[in-house]
Design a protein around this ligand. Sequence first.
Ligand code: ZN
Length: 172
Amino acid sequence: MLAPPLQRLVTELSKLPGIGHRTAQRLAFHVLRTSDLDARALAQAIIDVKEKITLCEICFNLAEGPRCTICLDERRDLRTLCVVEEPQDVIPIERTHEFRGRYHVLGGALSPIDGVEPEDLRLAQLYRRLDGITEVVLATNPTTTGEATALHVAAALHERSPDVTVTRLASG
Ligand code: ZN
């Protein structure tokens, strides 16, 4: 019933999480009514995240370029690492302004049921970063898989670097 270009936009929008068909239609009509400039800015922003966002070569946080802004910040404490599951988990911790070290993004949590084993996470990369580190804060999610991951990492860290202080950050 819709003109094909409008129907295509509805189809694409309804692929987004939490967007049902009706919401997709409402958004598509909104885009149709919006100014040329705003519509182009939206399209360009989508293209830019796909073309410009990469993973930081040090911590695997999101970055524009080889390193993220946190790893590039020379005022950060190089002796402390905070381990999180996904890049978006960095945001709430940064918001508290209480952690001044760097991060390590694992890329998930251990979940044998889903086939996520230790070698599927960036654990080897974490263990390679331990030189000069005095404290590791485990800030994986307070879920079964997050807790299992924290336990696994804590045990591995204790074995590899007994001098490193390992703490668990209660988040939620
Ligand atoms: Zn980084």
